[in-house]
Design a protein around this ligand. Structure first.
Ligand code: 3PG
Length: 388
């Protein structure tokens, strides 16, 4: 019997292979190279990616045997989740793997900007000894704005608390009470832009967040504002940022992420008041190990036909151990219903009774639907696309 094929499309920690174990044929490809990726996806049952591989509708269509896309990291903006769901492909990520590393890099950028570390370093290496030119500022008693108070933004707030700065935050999904818990005063975007000495961004890239900081926001910012983006390129409009930095409308920017990565020929790279790193937020030994192990485990579960706790496009949450044994039963019941029906089925009702009814039994519904449709349609039916 041939082993399932796991395609590794980006550099991952060696711990990933260890956690995958011997049950798979592991193949490697450079996911950023479309002409190599698309043919390599043809036989893949699972693909492991980071941020450089675009699993868009075209790539998913090129992978007829694909059961799972595993993102060894957090951001899923390079995965077309809708297309994956339609094709019955599970999408998983490693939602907590690199959050500490991301938070720490943002702090490094803040400190780097406050004390001119990269420029001072380069200058000394070039033979100069300039001290006054690299006079910096303290974080103490400055106002630091945090945009996005999710996992990473919260870690940033907790760490910045030690600097004695005033923390303000913008996050429409967070309550005042939650913000207070982490020592942050919630404000609107206008206050965020007007009051901050530093801003650091920790939100995903979505149609709503793309370009949310642009010309109008920079207009009301302090001329000394130092803004850090270690989340996703394009949340700060790059053209507007270039203009704001070039005209000294704001002080400086620290960027780990870009609209195009690498940001070849970007005018931003020509500026002096900028600190850049090549998307290193998650690039630590610890984060990579955690991400690799986490997605390897998810891939094992997914290819064994099990549900995966970190799946992002499967309904239902954690499965109670008393519900689990019902999964294959529900699937068979679904098949049975399909086989017994003499006319076409227009609606189905599922009912769970007894002790298991006290738990979330969404998974049983999914299993029954999967069983039901398996015998009726030619497409691959999975927990992912059965409800669809
Ligand atoms: C993420 O979304 O997890 C980070 O941006 C890391 O991306 P990377 O795995 O490509 O380093």
């Amino acid at each position: 019997l041939s082993k399932p094929i796991v395609l590794i499309a980006e550099e991952l920690s060696p711990a990933t292979l260890e956690a995958l174990g011997p049950d798979f044929e592991v193949r490697n490809v450079d996911g950023a190279d479309r002409s190599a990726l698309l043919p390599a996806l043809k036989d893949a049952n699972a693909v492991l990616i980071r941020s450089a591989t675009k699993m868009d509708a075209e790539a998913i269509a090129a992978a007829p045997k694909l059961k799972v896309i595993a993102r060894a990291g957090v951001g899923l903006d390079n995965v077309d989740i809708k297309a994956a769901t339609t094709h019955g492909v599970m999408v998983v990520n490693a939602p907590t793997s690199n959050v500490i590393s991301a938070a720490e890099l943002a702090i490094a950028h803040i400190m780097g900007l406050a004390r001119h570390i990269p420029d001072a370093h380069a200058s000394l290496k070039a033979g100069a000894w300039k001290r006054s030119q690299y006079t910096g500022i303290e974080l103490y008693e400055k106002t630091i704005g945090i945009i996005g108070l999710g996992r990473i933004g919260t870690l940033v707030a907790q760490r910045l608390a030690g600097f004695g700065a005033t923390l303000i935050g913008y996050d429409p999904y967070v309550t005042q009470a939650r913000a207070e818990q982490i020592g942050v005063e919630l404000v609107d975007m206008e206050q965020m832009m007007k009051r901050s000495d530093f801003i650091t961004i920790h939100i995903p890239k979505t149609p709503e967040t793309t370009g949310m900081i642009s010309t109008n926001e920079f207009k009301i910012a302090k001329p000394s504002l130092r803004i850090v983006n270690c989340s996703r390129g394009g949340i700060i409009d790059e053209a507007a940022l270039y203009e704001a930095l070039k005209s000294n409308q704001i002080g400086a920017a620290g960027l780990d992420v870009f609209v195009n990565e690498p940001p070849k020929d970007s005018p931003l790279l020509t500026l002096d008041n900028i600190l850049v790193t090549p998307h290193l937020g998650a690039s630590t030994d610890e984060a990579q190990e955690k991400a690799g192990i986490s997605v390897a485990r998810s891939v094992r579960l997914a290819l064994a036909g099990d549900l995966v706790p970190d799946a992002v496009n499967v309904a239902g949450g954690e499965i109670d151990s008393s519900v689990k044994p019902g999964i294959p039963l529900a699937e068979k019941l679904g098949q049975l219903v399909a086989g017994l029906a003499h006319t076409s089925i227009v609606s189905v009702e599922f009912e769970a009774r007894g002790e298991i009814a006290a738990h979330d039994v969404t998974v049983l519904k999914l299993a029954a639907l999967k069983g039901l449709f398996q015998t009726m349609v030619t497409e691959q039916v999975s927990y992912v696309n059965a409800p669809l």
